[in-house]
Design a protein around this ligand. Sequence first.
Ligand code: FDA
Length: 301
Amino acid sequence: MILRDFFMYLSENRTLNAAAQRYGLKMGAQSVVAGTNIKETIDSIKELNNHGIACTVDNLGEFVFEKSEAIAAKNQILELIQAIHDHGVDAHISLKPSQLGLDIDIDFCYENLKEIVALADQYGIFVNFDMENYDRLHPSFELMEQLNNEHQNIGTVIQAYFHESDENIEKYKNYRLRIVKGAYKEPANIAYQDKAEIDAKYIKLIEYHLLNGKFTSIATHDHRVINHVKQFVKTNNIPNDKFEFQMLYGFRKDMQLQLAKEGYNFCTYVPFGRDWYGYFMRRLAERPQNLTLVTKQVFNK
Ligand code: FDA
């Protein structure tokens, strides 16, 4: 718990984030971040596609407080969508509303998102709204609902640790949903703290959406959950085209390949960009064993 809190604290440190941006991918981050630019990222996507794995691509970016930063992020995502289309790769977009200006002005954020979603829609590319901390949960849902009036190529994430996730999954069951356990540090009055309780809720939400929802992305590295889902879809005759498994780039690579080989739809979450620091620290917070990635990089020079 102490290590987790320490890495969460580091992930929220703006000064360290800015310092990290000045250097390339360091401290083992290159194992879990696909590249710093679009060209390197398209190459990584092509390689995964060759193994039958689709990708959801995230232009990393945090601490956006200036409109100019949000506009730069929007332009980068538009360029990425164009590149996905031009190269004909099997990939869609994951984005964080805060990167597009949610903390600055919600109408400004809406306009940025609209441009992105419209271009992606034109090319038949899906856009997933990643979910961040609780303060941004409801504004993000609202933005998605508003955009859905014009574009249906959008979906979002349900975080199992929130007490209200049962209501949210029901409310948004007609969207394509990624279901996760939840990555941010949240207080006990809004989120479960106990791992066993979160795991149980996680399974419940996955089963609900598989039976009642549109399309389910089961995003986890937990083999117990994956095995449970394999059995559940079989028992309930849920066809493979109703769901996919997702994992983060660089994690459990053998299992990613194996699931794709077994014929399941598999999608790797591919983060890229110069702003890798906060993302990387959150991965260390989730699983301090990931520190071995760091030590290997530091000592195997
Ligand atoms: P968890 O950390 O609970 O581990 C359970 C067990 O799985 C471990 O005890 C171990 O046995 C095994 N295991 C886990 N990782 C392993 C590894 N690397 N190697 C070997 N064994 C391992 N969160 C959020 O709040 N908003 C979001 O939008 C997203 N988006 C997202 C997309 C994708 C594709 C993924 C995979 C995850 C997210 N998350 C997220 C993060 C998510 O909420 C969660 O914090 C992490 O996935 C960690 O939980 P897991 O279920 O993966 O395993």
